[in-house]
Design a protein around this ligand. Sequence first.
Ligand code: DCP
Ligand code: MG
Length: 466
Amino acid sequence: NNQVAPPVSARIPDYACQRHTPLQHHNTKFTDALEILEKYADLRYDDQDYSRALAFRRASCVLKSLSRPLSRLSEIQNVTHIGSHSQKVIQEILEDGTSEEVEKICADPWFQKMKLFTAIFGIGPARAKEFIAKGWSSIQEVRDGCTSSDWRIQWGLAFHEDLTTPVTRAEADYILGVVRRHVDRVLPGAVMELTGGFRRGKQTGHDVDILIMHPLENKIIGALPRLLQSLQSHDIVLCGRHERSTYHEELLTQNTKLSPRGQLDHFEKWIGIIKVPNKIRIKNDQSDKTSSHQLGNNKCNTDMKENKDKCENRNFQSDKNTDSCKRDVGNESVLYQRQEDTLDSGSAISDSLEDVWESLDKASSSSSPSHGNPREVKASQGDWIARRVDLIISPFSQFFYALVGWTGSKQFNRDARTYAEREMNMKLSSHGLYDFNQGKQLVASSEREVFDNLKLPYFEPQDRNC
Ligand code: DCP
Ligand code: MG
């Protein structure tokens, strides 16, 4: 039939945080290609110049939010975020099914090596380029030649195959359960959320991001070291690094951008690798999918396709009157009440904090963040697989901003922060929201309230997959 679909451009809001972006959408043949161009631009050009890469990501994000497959370029011709280069690629795919430029990039040995090397835990584009300059083209060559003393690179190389095997949802749930048991021991009453891609409904991920909070603001002091001790005493931790909080109030108003790489927040956190029994993954494997190496449809990466699974309703609702918030998980409803701190304010808190940091510093200077020699540990690996885990501790007062920030996606965050700045004269971060018009912070006691404060419609985590 010759019916021409009306242009969709009129209905597309400017920012990704104003659009539904589901995990499963209708335009993967375009978005896969655009995201290869994004990756290539990210790796190819100067670290400071992420703008080319972002242009492809923005175009891809718009296409992900369309409610139907794109059939003609004219439907999106006036969309701000789809620039001429992206339009050219889309047109090519509409006509031929593939893009020659993208095919070429996929076949480019330099690109293949960059992807291979930057997939190593601890290796960024600059180091990957050094490896290529040395003439290396395989992981084994890096293992043989790399002399870095960085714990991430050492463990990343030793456990590269483990760490590039996608983490399944079953494993993420298992890790959450293990951490929860230990958190209950060292920080009773704490609240935990599985964040990152899994919270957005993804069935696989490259790591497991867990956000931890306690309704008593000061209870979290020293909790993460205790948690790690507890995990370590059960032989769960392979290696990792504990980072102090670098948060201070002035950050709320300072003009800092969300960097394309690296987490731009100041929470106390632990970044590391833990062991997960193989049987957990294998259980999940029956329903798993394989990686694709097809060139024909411009999918040259090893991304896993996502299952179309509706994710749990893990939303928080606030009750403004009682200064509390409620989380619904299935039929269960959990109430979090902000509680009175029992610790004195002022010097008592800072003294106890200093004590904690002092003992932590002593501990970390006397031992490396890893346990044993990575190669030896790998050689004697039992029936388990190494998994990347991030544990983040947030004070209650920042929790819902932290939850939005750590749920992502990265692009959702970027757009939400740009929207806050340009449209609202506000500064949004994972620590809070500052309104320059009123000269004050806007508190949130639910995820919904974060959106309300920004005058944005609420989007479920599974609709933030831009
Ligand atoms: N994040 C961000 N900016 C970054 C890195 C991360 O805003 N530069 C936020 C958004 C991410 C979340 O933190 O969704 C977790 O980071 P991950 O890198 O783990 O991203 P995902 O969990 O989304 O991806 P994956 O499924 O591969 O783990
Ligand atoms: Mg993640």
